[in-house]
Design a protein around this ligand. Structure first.
Ligand code: C2E
Ligand code: CA
Ligand code: CA
Length: 799
C-alpha cells in the first residue's frame, strides 16, 4: 500500500482497516485521492476538536484546582492545546484535499498527533482524583464520553487516526474506572465505557465504509468523465466530426463547435432546443430517413450513420448522424449522445459517379444500362398496375458518312445536337437514351396511343432532318424509327426490345427516314429472314444462283448496246427469288462477298461469248465493295474470262460514296484505271447525288426508274429528267434511263438526248434460254458475218 507511513505495524493496521472499510480493492491512485479526502476531513474537524478540548480542559482544571493533580493535569492540557492549535493552524494553511504530492507526512503527523492527544487525554483521565469528589467522577465520565464523541465525529472518516486517539484514551479511562473503590461503580462505568466503545467502533467502520464507497465511486466517475472529455476533445480535434447530445426531455445539452458551425445557428439558440424538432425543420418534409431516425429515438435505439439531406446555414448539404441513448448507473435514461459529420462532398461525388454510371457522357442522355433498368421498371409497372408504354428505336441514316468524312469530333458534335433535338421533343417524363453509336431509344411511359406516338415519331423525323451546322458547315442527316408498344407488342423486356428493333429494321428497309410500328408479321418475317440466310449459304455451292440479262438499248435506234446482269436465286421450293429479297440478307452476313465475286466472274464469262460491241453491266453492293479488295476481284474476273476491260461496266449506288468517300474514290479509280466503266445507279434517289458526281469522274449515270415512271404524267419529273440530261452533256457523261415501260417514255427520253434506255418496253431480264434467242433476233441481223459466228457459238453452248 502506497500510504504505509513507515513502520510495519502501521502498515499492518492500515491493511486491516482498509479491508474493513472496503478500500483495499481500489487502484493506487484512487486510494491516494481517497486518503487525501480522509485527511482533509480530519483537518477540517480539528478546530472543533480544539474547542471541545478547551471546554473539557477548563472543567477539569476548575475541578482539580487546589488538588495535588492540578499541575500534572495543567501540563498535559497545555501540550494538548498546543497540538490542537498547531493542527488548527495547519487546517487553515494547507487544506489537504487538493495537494498533489503523496500525503505521507500528513498521514504520519495525523496519526502521531492523534496518538499523542489520545495518550495525553488518557493520562489526564487516569490522574483525575475520582474518589475524592463525586462531581469529579461525573465530570470525568461526561468528559471522557464527550471527547470520544467529538473525536469520533472528527476522525470517523479516518479510522486509523480514530484508533490512535481513542485506544490510549480508553485505556486511561479504564485505568481510572478500575481504580474506583466500590464494585458497583466499576461495573456501571466499565460497562458504559465498553458499550460506548463498541458502538463507536461499529459506527465508525460503517461510516468509513460508506464514505469510502461514496468517495471512491465519485472519484472514479469524475475520472471517467475527465477521460471521456479528453477523448472527445481529441476526437474533435483530429476529425471533422462533431458532437451533439440531448437530455431526457430531448433538449440539446451538448454540442461541439463543429455542430454550431454545421448548423449555422448560435450555441445559445441551440442549447435547450428540441433536437428532433430541429432536425425535422431542416430536413425535407416526409423524409423517410428522418422518420427512421425519429423512430429510433422514440424507441431509444442506437442509430448509426443515418444520412440526412438538410438545409443548414442556407445551403443544401448532407449529414451523417450516429446516436446512442445514455443511461446513468441506476439505468435511468439521460438522453442521447452522438456524433455527426458533413458528408456533402462525398454525396456530391457519389451523385456524380451515379450520373456517370447512368448516363452517356457525350450526350448526357441515359446509357444502355440505365435504359434497360428503366425498361424493367416500366414492365414491372405494367404487370402491377397495367400501365401501358411505348418504346421507340431511332437509328440515324448516313451518320457513318459524316463521321468518316468530317472526323469523329464532328460526328460527336452532331450526335450531341441530335440528342438535344430528341430531348427537346419529348415530355419530361419520357426517357431518352443513347444505346451506342448512332442508335437512340425513347421510352414513353403511359403512352401507347398510335396517333400520338406516330405523330411524335413523324415530328422527330422532320426535326432531325433539319440541317445542322458543324464547323461552319451544313450537315444533313436522317433518322429511321421503329416503335413497339407494351402490352400489345410484348410484355417482356426482351420481347419489346426485339419488336422495336424489327420495326426499325422495317423502317430502314422501307427506304429510311420513316417510322414503322411493330406488326406481328414482322416477327414471322424475321424468322423467314433467318431461314433464308441459312439456305442462302448453300445456294452458291448448289448452283442455285442464276444471272438474268436485261438489254440496254441505244436511245437513237433502239438497238442493244449491252446487258445488265441481274441475279436471281432459283430456290428449289420457293422458285425464283428476286434479289430485293435476298441481297439485303446476304449483305448482313459475309455472303455478299461470295455472291458478288461469283456474279462478276459469271457476267464476264457470259459476255465473252457475245458480239464484241456488247457490254455487260454488273451491280456491285457497297458492302461487297468495302469488304474485299474489289480491284483485285475485277482484275481476276477479267483474266479468268478474257473479257476486254472496256466491255465491263460496274454499277454502284451513291450509298457506297456516302461512307468513307476518299477511300472509295481511290478504289474506284483503280478499277477505272483498268479500263472498266463506272456507272452511278439509281441516280436522283439519294440525298446528294449531285455532289457525288463531282467527287468521282463517273462514265455514266443511270436515272432512277421512279423519275421515268413519274414522267408520264408529271411535268416536274419531266423537267428533272431534262435537267439531268443536260447536266450529263455538260459533264460529258453517258446518260441511261431505266424502267422505260412505254413508247411515250422512250420517245420523250430520246428527245431530251438520253443516250441509253432500259426497261420492260424493250425487254425483260432474260434467262439463259431467252438470251440466245434475243441475241439472234436483235443483234445478229445487223452483221451477217457475226451472225454465222454467233450461231456456231450458240450451237456449242446449247450442246
Ligand atoms: P437495279 O440495279 O435498279 O436493277 C433494275 C431493276 O429494275 C431490276 O430488278 C429489273 O428487273 C427492274 N426493271 C427493269 N426494267 C423495268 C421496268 O421497265 N419496270 C420495272 N418496274 N422494273 C424494271 P431486279 O432484277 O429485281 O433487281 C432489283 C435490284 O436488285 C437491282 O436494281 C439491283 O440494285 C439489285 N441487284 C440485282 N442483281 C444484283 C446483283 O447481281 N448484285 C447486286 N449487288 N445487286 C443486284
Ligand atoms: Ca443496276
Ligand atoms: Ca437502278
Amino acid at each position: 500500500m502506497s500510504v504505509a507511513p513507515g513502520s510495519g505495524l502501521i502498515s499492518l493496521i492500515n491493511g486491516f482497516v482498509d479491508r474493513a472499510i472496503g478500500a483495499d480493492g481500489l487502484s493506487p491512485h484512487v486510494r491516494d485521492k481517497l486518503l487525501r479526502q480522509q485527511l482533509g476531513s480530519v483537518t477540517r474537524m480539528t478546530p472543533a476538536m480544539l474547542v471541545a478540548s478547551v471546554v473539557v480542559s477548563a472543567v477539569f482544571l476548575i475541578l482539580t484546582w487546589q488538588t495535588t493533580r492540578f499541575w500534572p493535569i495543567l501540563a498535559a492540557i497545555g501540550v494538548i492545546l498546543m497540538i490542537g492549535l498547531h493542527g488548527t493552524y495547519l487546517a487553515f494553511v494547507h487544506p489537504q484535499d487538493n495537494t498533489d504530492a503523496p500525503p505521507r507526512r500528513s498521514v504520519m503527523r495525523t496519526i502521531v498527533y492523534a496518538l499523542l492527544l489520545g495518550s495525553l487525554w488518557g493520562f489526564v483521565l487516569s490522574v483525575l482524583p475520582m474518589d475524592q469528589d463525586p462531581a469529579i467522577r461525573g465530570a470525568a465520565t461526561i468528559g471522557a464520553g464527550g471527547l470520544l464523541c467529538v473525536s469520533m465525529m472528527a476522525l470517523v472518516n479516518y479510522p486509523q487516526a480514530l484508533a490512535a486517539f481513542s485506544i490510549p484514551l480508553i485505556i486511561g479511562a479504564l485505568g481510572t474506572v478500575l481504580g474506583l473503590d466500590t464494585t458497583p461503580d466499576v461495573w456501571v462505568h466499565g460497562t458504559l465505557l465498553m458499550g460506548f466503545t463498541f458502538v463507536m467502533v461499529i459506527i465508525t467502520l460503517n461510516h468509513a465504509a460508506a464514505f469510502v464507497a461514496h468517495r471512491a465511486s465519485e472519484t472514479q466517475l469524475k475520472e471517467k468523465r475527465e477521460i471521456i472529455g479528453l477523448l472527445l476533445r481529441e476526437f474533435e480535434q483530429s476529425t471533422s466530426d462533431w458532437i451533439w447530445g440531448f437530455d431526457a426531455e430531448g433538449a440539446i445539452n451538448r454540442m461541439s463547435g463543429g455542430f454550431t458551425a454545421a448548423t449555422g445557428v448560435s450555441e445559445e439558440a441551440l442549447l435547450g432546443a428540441d433536437f428532433v424538432h430541429f432536425l425535422r425543420c431542416i430536413t425535407p418534409p416526409g423524409d423517410p430517413l428522418m422518420a427512421h431516425a425519429e423512430r429510433d429515438v422514440q424507441g431509444r435505439q442506437t442509430f448509426q450513420d443515418i444520412e440526412l439531406r438538410v438545409t443548414a446555414d442556407g445551403k443544401e448539404c448532407w449529414w451523417s448522424l450516429t446516436g446512442k441513448p445514455a443511461y446513468d448507473e441506476s439505468g435511468n435514461y439521460l438522453g442521447y449522445i452522438g456524433t455527426g459529420s458533413d458528408i456533402t462532398e462525398r454525396k456530391v461525388a457519389e451523385r456524380r459517379i451515379t450520373i456517370l454510371a447512368h448516363h452517356d457522357p457525350m450526350t448526357g442522355l441515359l446509357n444502355r444500362t440505365k435504359f434497360t433498368e428503366q425498361l424493367n421498371s416500366c414492365v414491372a409497372r405494367l404487370e402491377r398496375y397495367g400501365t401501358p408504354f411505348s418504346v421507340m428505336f431511332l437509328d440515324l441514316d448516313q451518320f457513318k458518312s459524316v463521321n468518316d468524312s468530317r472526323g469523329h469530333m464532328a460526328g460527336d458534335r452532331l450526335l450531341t445536337q441530335v440528342a438535344r433535338r430528341i430531348q427537346a421533343m419529348v415530355r419530361e417524363t419520357d426517357l431518352v437514351a443513347r444505346l451506342g453509336g448512332d442508335e437512340f431509344a425513347v421510352i414513353l411511359p403511359n403512352d401507347c396511343n398510335v396517333e400520338s406516338v406516330g405523330g411524335l415519331a413523324a415530328r422527330m423525323i422532320e426535326d432531325i432532318r433539319r440541317a445542322y451546322v458543324i464547323d461552319d458547315d451544313q450537315v444533313n442527316i436522317g433518322v429511321s424509327i421503329g416503335i413497339a408498344m407494351a402490352p400489345m407488342n410484348g410484355t417482356r423486356p426482351d420481347q419489346i426490345l426485339r419488336n422495336a428493333d424489327l420495326a426499325l429494321y422495317r423502317a430502314k428497309a422501307d427506304g429510311r427516314s420513316v417510322y414503322r410500328f411493330f406488326e406481328s408479321q414482322m416477327d414471322s418475317e424475321a424468322r423467314e429472314r433467318r431461314l433464308l440466310e441459312v439456305e442462302l449459304r448453300d445456294a452458291i455451292q448448289n448452283n442455285e444462283l442464276v444471272l438474268y440479262y436485261q438489254p440496254l438499248v441505244s436511245a437513237d435506234d433502239g438497238k442493244p448496246t449491252g446487258f445488265e446482269a441481274l441475279v436471281r436465286w432459283n430456290h428449289p421450293i420457293r422458285g425464283l427469288v428476286p434479289p430485293a429479297e435476298f441481297i439485303p440478307i446476304a449483305e448482313q452476313s459475309n455472303l455478299i462477298v461470295d455472291i458478288g465475286d461469283w456474279t462478276i466472274v459469271q457476267a464476264c464469262l457470259a459476255a465473252v461469248n457475245w458480239p464484241d460491241h456488247l457490254t455487260v453491266a454488273v451491280n456491285l453492293s457497297a458492302k461487297h465493295f468495302r469488304r474485299s479488295d474489289i480491284s483485285l476481284v475485277v482484275k481476276r474476273a477479267l483474266a479468268v474470262s478474257g473479257l476486254a476491260a472496256p466491255r465491263l461496266e460496274i454499277e454502284i449506288t451513291e450509298g457506297l460514296l456516302m461512307e468513307n468517300p476518299e477511300e472509295v474514290v481511290e478504289k474506284l479509280g483503280e478499277i477505272r484505271a483498268l479500263g472498266v466503266t463506272i456507272a452511278m445507279d439509281d441516280f436522283g434517289t439519294g440525298y446528294s447525288s449531285l455532289s457525288y458526281l463531282l467527287k468521282f469522274p463517273f462514265d455514266k449515270i443511270k436515272i432512277d426508274r421512279s423519275f421515268v415512271d413519274a414522267s408520264s404524267d408529271d411535268e416536274v419529273a419531266r423537267d428533272i429528267l431534262k435537267a439531268i440530261a443536260s447536266l450529263g452533256k455538260t459533264l460529258k457523261l453517258k446518260i441511261t434511263a431505266e424502267g422505260v415501260e412505254t413508247r411515250e417514255q422512250a420517245e420523250f427520253l430520246s428527245e431530251i438526248a438520253c443516250h441509253q434506255l432500259q426497261g420492260f418496253y424493250f425487254a425483260r431480264p432474260l434467262d439463259h434460254i431467252d438470251l440466245p434467242h434475243y441475241l439472234l433476233t436483235h443483234v445478229l441481223p445487223r452483221a451477217p458475218a457475226l451472225k454465222a459466228e454467233a450461231e456456231a457459238k450458240l450451237t456449242a453452248l446449247a450442246g
